[in-house]
Every structure is written in structure tokens, then in C-alpha cells.
Design a protein around this ligand. Sequence first.
Ligand code: JFZ
Length: 428
Amino acid sequence: MRTVPNEKKYANWPAQYGDPEWFLHDRFGLFIHFGLYSPAARHEWFMTHEKIHPDGYRKYFEHFEPDLLNAKEWARTAKQAGMKYFVITTKHHEGFALWDTRLSDYKVSNTSIKRDLLREIIDAFRGEGLKVGLYHSLIDWYHPEFTLDGLHPQRNDEDFKEENINRNMNKYLDLLHGQVRELLTDYGKIDYIWFDFSYPHRDWGWSKGKGANDWQSEKLEKMVLDLQPDILINDRLDLNRGVTTPEQYQPNEPVEKDGLPVIWEACQTMNGTWGYHRDNLDWKSTGMLLKMLIDTVSKNGNLLMNVGPNGRGEFDSRSILRLQGIGEWMRLHSRSIYGAKHSEYKAPIDCRYTQNGNRLYLHIFSWPFRHIHLEGLDGKVKYAQLLNDASEVHFREFDPEEVITSTETKIDIHSVVLDLPVQKPDVL
Ligand code: JFZ
């Protein structure tokens, strides 16, 4: 564990966790969901949705064959999109290990591919300079000692009660803690660990959801910090600390608690599911995904954007198209993302501000008719330009005396007026 504690700057950041400054600077990461659910191609939860028994699920293990998986290609794609870190599923709820674990046979090196894919992926992303994050599921629907609950692929309620009598969570905990130990010992420096997830407040009548006591979260957290003192941890261990991870929704303003900022990271899908889903056509546009990124940074958050590679181990064309579009935008605009954060100035309607030191970035989500008023900036703007081509934008201070709606009432708007080019730059 670290000897010099971090000073308390963030409400959800305990002194013994790693220094989060790189994370807050980098802002943008790639989430990768890849496992046996990828070839099934219909949602990473299909085991539960379709009530599939672990025995029935084994066919996906037997037919797992990601023959086109090229980790270097994945890493290049992420880097070109402007992502600075990534988080990969080492084990999702299905229980399958994407690395060559010594503690279970249910692992990638026992499939037809016979390789330690996790090692290839970590090496490749590190090689491109991205920070390494590992997603690890606390929940396990495959392990025979994991007590069944309401999220588990269901038999029926009566079977649950009977079966749980013979299940011993402590045996599962040996695997959980043991596998996390392997991951944090055998793969060099790990920058971020993303546990998933706790649900202690859910009550299904016949069974309680699981939380910190079930996972022995305190002990797990201590081991994580002993093995990787600089690591960042998310908040799903049910310990009320670590990176807050709102899922598929955006908070309305910067998140704060007890007068201190909260470190948070939005995780978002491109099409509503995390694992590859062939028939889901609910794709967000590239513009929408970029707006999410900007919106998140304008509220002091990070964005972890997901890709679900397909069963052959490739990012599908729809994901690649979006990542390329994001990359084109990032090439010209990443100055407004890296190291940027919330601005105290109030952005005009349909706009967002991000700020880095004395540079204020105005992101215009819908292009106005030529002029835009920026409140509270009079006397403060030295120079204005478009970011994509550094072309000067004219501005003038707005004189409140100009606006007199009646003889008595003055509208007291102190602002700057930007005169924008007629043509919107064709980058978003
Ligand atoms: C979890 C997983 O179940 C899902 O498959 C995916 O990996 C995602 C990133 O994380 O989903 C959750 C977890 C927690 C909540 C919602 C979905 N939650 O607390 O609201």
C-alpha cells in the first residue's frame, strides 16, 4: 500500500487509492466486452434471458473460435479514435476466463484458439501507449458454488432453495479472489480495475441480492491495493468509494458530494448492448456519440465507450465506422477534451463548454443563425477562433444599453457576441 496518502480532493477517493490525475486528464477510454456471448451474438445476458443452464451454455465454449482476432489492430483502432485507456472483460457474468488461469478449466486457452488472448490484448494496447483496465465480474453464473439469486439463469424458485443448500459461496470466493490475484500479478502494471457488480438492495422474496459481505469486498480491495498500489478502482464493490460508474445515462451537471467533486465515468454502448448483437439495429450516430463525450467532459466526467467484437474477434463495420468518425473529430478537437473540464460559465442553449486553464471551448450542438451570445464573458475574451482550422471568429462586446424593451426595463445581459461563419464546419 502507498505510504504517502493522496490529499482528499474528491468525495469518492480514499487516500489509499492510486493517483487519479491521469484518468481525469485522459477522459476517453474504450470498453471491450468479449466472451462466449460474442458468437451467440444476442446480448451478453442471453444466458439469463433464455434461462440457459451452464451445461447448455458449454456449446459456446466448444465452438469459440475467434480466428481473426488481431489485438494490434484493436489497439490501433482505439488509439486512432483518440482513446487513452481501455477496459476489457477478463470474465463476464458467464464465468469464462479470457486468460490462461491456473484456477479453472473454463478458460480461453482450453478453447480451439488455445491462446492467452488477454495477454495479447494487454501487450498490444500497452504498445500503443494506452493505459490498461480490467473488467472483472463478481457475479458468476457458471460456478457450481455461487449461490443462485434473482439474476441467475433461472430454473424455478423451488429448485433455487433446494440447490442453494448445497452451495458454498466461500468456495466461489476462493476462485474470485484467486483469479483477481492472478490478473494483478501476472500481467504487469494494471492501471484500473472495474468490478461488476453489487445489488444488495434487490430483494426477490426468496433471495437477497449480493453485496460487500458476499464478495468480501474489503479484503478484495486490500489485496488489489497491495498488489497494485497505483491502481484505480470503480465503485461496484459496494464499499461506497471509487470511480462512480453511471451506466447508459448522463447526469445533468457535475457530480458532487459533501462539497467535493466526485470522480465519475459514464459507460455507454453504441447500440444498447455490451456484447456483440448482430440483429440489434439501434445504433447511435457518430455525432450523438461525440455529443456524449463532450457532454460528459463538460460535467467533469470520463467516457468509456463500448465495442463488442464479434465471434471471429473483429470489431464489426458499424463500430469501426463510428470509431473512425470520432477519430477524425478528435484529431482536430482533442485539445478541448484532454485535460479539459467543467467551466463555471453558463453555456448558451444547445451548447456545452469545456475548459482547460484560460482556454474556453464552446461546443455548438446545433448551428445557429450566424450569431451566438455568450453570457458573462464581456471583457474576458482576448481572441476567438474555430478549433478545427484556427480561423479567427469575430466577436464584439454586447452593450446592455442596446436592448431596451420598454422605457423602464433594461435587460441586463453582459455578454460577448460571436459572429460565426455562415457555413458550419463539416466536422461533426
Ligand atoms: C453490468 C453488466 O451486467 C452488463 O452486462 C455490462 O457489463 C455493464 C457494463 O455492467 O450492468 C449493470 C450493472 C449495474 C447496473 C446496471 C447495469 N446498475 O447498477 O444500475
